[in-house]
Design a protein around this ligand. Sequence first.
Ligand code: NAD
Length: 256
Amino acid sequence: MTLSGKTALVTGSTSGIGLGIAQVLAKAGANILLNGFGDPGPAIATLKASGVRVLHHPADLSDVAQIEQMFSLAEREFGAVDILVNNAGIQHVAPVEQFPVEAWDKIIALNLSAVFHGSRLALPGMRTRGWGRIVNIASVHGLVGSTGKAAYVAAKHGVVGLTKVIGLETATSNVTCNAICPGWVLTPLVQKQIDDRAAVSGDLVQAQHDLLAEKQPSLAFVTPQHLGELVLFLCSEAGSQVRGAAWNVDGGWLAQ
Ligand code: NAD
């Protein structure tokens, strides 16, 4: 399929899953608006190799005004946001009684509220142009819980609920909204959790194995490429009646 002439805004795409999804969409011909912290130079260079137009906006998505500025830039430079991938997210692990209030507020702002703000800003243009795709990168933690991840699990369950509402509100249009719920993907966000385990046990290889073995029966990581290909399917005609879904890609995590 070709996404030539379409523009995709992928939040949190300077690394990890977001960058992987942006790469798949760029290869399919979509222009890309990147977002995220850190030096976007290498990501921009990789994506431009696909011959598409690429820009970066450094909005901190926990700040509503900066989200609005990013959408203004998208409209000004590309004329549209046809595909919105709400991907940016952070994690903090602590039991509820010790969970820092600032970490709770930050996770809810980025992992949940920014998905609402991005969607509300993208939808009017999608409706006017008669086509659009919103894909929310939730998590298996949007469907089940785990200890120590109160804010993350609450936010991701919220994203799955928001996805259903937007899926219903757009049901008679050519705009769809779905969530993807990955299991473990080896990105900086998960590497930190492996490193934290290894700091206790002193064995990095064992820490990685244990992390997978506890939850993910395949004992293999999901890759950003796997997730990008699913986003591409959701952008295709074959995916046009997938609406309000929460699609797990999790090496069997939720089959248990
Ligand atoms: P990552 O840490 O590799 O990347 C996160 C991206 O978000 C980076 O580009 C970072 O710069 C950006 N970011 C962080 N704070 C931001 C902010 N305030 N404003 C704008 N951008 C910000 O993480 P990842 O593992 O690629 O995670 C991406 C998404 O996938 C997250 O929503 C995460 O919850 C979800 N997810 C990850 C896994 C996994 O195993 N890695 C599993 C399920 C779901």
